[in-house]
Write a protein that binds this ligand. Structure first.
Ligand code: GDP
Ligand code: MG
Length: 308
């Protein structure tokens, strides 16, 4: 049996979470059209007769202002790159070599093996020109890694959204992993994260989908109570925002916005748990939570250097 940890890395929005969900055929890690949706390291566990792959989804590698929630996201990437058995480095045709340099800089420090994955291959039909830079660039990456601790294995082109190339890539990954016992015993669970976490993420996804540009980045979701024995299942969640003015925007005129967010999130949560759900949402101001370590910790975003 094969067993190992595979880190999914790349710039924001290249499709890392989409890929994870495609492999597991379940929305384990939320996907939205906006960059920087993923905040935490999320593990997706793929258990088969061939063995077990533990995929580690990460926030995108980016240059960000220092401290606060950005520091947390960068820490989550670094944790994922701590000795994985394999790295899948995802790129998409909308990136460019300069933008990828930041990712490569970080990857050169990692001792592992790497497969370069060109995602969004479905766009080739409409935008063949957008893919032109990639061919030469893949060759450059291969050369630039020769003197690093990261062994370049090869590259794949896939469409995580349409599913093409995904099975072939998973087969290659299994081939490269060492023999070993599975890291997670329970072959039914698809993630290391609790149901509570996944539910809070599904709510956060609807905040990204339904609120204006910057607002979702100021939101965090806390599950206050989760009563699975009641019928329907009763879940109460608190949406934290940073300022009073944001509270009104999340609630919307006459409560219209939060109703919409709640009903879409409820539908997704019901699909996940396979039961009827009553979802109660409230909004609370936690002033400047994205920049205050103590408040971040209360919301589950713990910076290691503050961990005792
Ligand atoms: P992440 O930030 O790397 O985790 O990226 P996401 O998985 O959140 O995806 C970012 C955006 O790219 C979303 O709008 C996805 O629907 C889109 N996307 C992901 N994979 C594909 C793909 O294979 N083809 C196309 N056309 N879009 C994709
Ligand atoms: Mg993501």
């Amino acid at each position: 049996m094969k067993s190992g940890v595979v880190a999914l890395v790349g710039r924001p929005n290249v499709g890392k979470s989409t890929f994870l969900n495609a492999v597991l055929q379940e929305e384990i890690s939320i996907v939205t059209p906006k960059a920087q949706t993923t905040r935490d390291q999320v593990r997706g566990i793929c258990t088969e007769s061939r063995g077990q792959i533990v995929f580690v989804d990460t926030p995108g590698i980016h240059r960000a202002r220092e401290g606060g929630i950005n520091a947390y996201m960068i820490q989550e990437v670094e944790r994922a790159l701590d000795e994985p058995d394999l790295v899948l480095y995802l790129v998409d045709p909308f990136s460019k070599p300069e933008a990828e340099e930041r990712v490569l800089e970080q990857l050169r420090q990692v001792r592992s093996r790497l497969i370069l994955v060109v995602n969004k291959a479905d766009l080739r039909v409409k935008r063949p020109d957008a893919f032109e830079w990639l061919q030469g660039w893949v060759q450059k990456v291969r050369e630039s890694l020769i003197s690093s601790r990261l062994e370049f294995i090869g590259h794949h082109e896939i469409s995580a959204e349409k599913g093409s190339g995904v099975a072939e890539l998973v087969t290659e990954v299994f081939g490269l992993l060492p023999e070993g016992a599975p890291l997670y015993d329970d072959s039914d669970s698809l993630t290391d994260r609790s149901l509570r976490f996944v539910v809070s993420e599904l709510i956060r996804k609807q905040l990204f989908m339904n609120l204006g540009d910057e607002l979702p980045y100021s939101c965090a979701v806390e599950i206050e109570s989760y009563r699975e024995k009641s019928k329907p299942v009763h879940i109460a969640a608190l949406i934290h925002v940073e300022r009073e003015s944001q509270k009104g925007m999340v609630i919307g005129a006459g409560g219209k916005k939060i109703k919409e967010i709640g009903s879409k999130a409820r539908a997704e949560v019901e699909a996940l748990v396979g039961e009827r759900v009553f979802l109660e949402l409230r909004v609370k101001v936690s002033e400047d939570w994205t920049s205050r370590a103590r408040k971040m910790e209360g919301l589950g975003y713990v910076l290691e250097r503050n961990r005792k």
